[in-house]
Design a protein around this ligand. Structure first.
Ligand SMILES: [Zn+2]
Length: 124
């Protein structure tokens, strides 16, 4: 399961349409087993989204979505800033911290390590 990868759909128009609905620019998004991206994605972005895919698996998909929006909401209340709220999401903290390490998922990542925020970003 550690080496499972999502299905990548690159150069998709879906995110262009989505950008008309939500006021944020999304380069790529992991939606369960599918990762959709606007352009061709770099290995770093693929790694980032694959970390999210593993988080989805660890929380049976629904848990990921609940935690994601919960953390975003709490971040919004705490920071009153959409970008800081986004960065405060625990799933994003793990993904951003380790996205550059392309061996991270296959080597030293511990299951569910992101759930308890062992090393939160300082957003103040
Ligand atoms: Zn992310």
């Amino acid at each position: 399961m550690r080496n499972w990868k999502p299905i990548y759909i690159e150069n998709s128009r879906i995110l262009v349409w989505l950008s008309y609905l939500v006021p944020i620019k999304i380069q790529a998004i992991a939606l369960g087993v599918i990762v959709i991206s606007k352009d061709e994605v770099s290995e770093v972005t693929k790694n980032h989204e694959t970390i999210h895919f593993q988080q989805y698996l660890e929380t049976l998909f629904l848990g990921f979505l609940i935690l994601y929006f919960w953390d975003w909401f709490i971040g919004l209340v705490k920071y009153r800033d959409n970008y800081k709220a986004y960065l405060s999401i625990r799933a994003e903290q793990e993904a951003y911290k380790h996205q550059e390490n392309l061996a991270y998922l296959s080597t030293n990542r511990k299951r569910w390590c992101w759930l308890w925020r062992p090393d939160p970003m300082n957003l103040n």
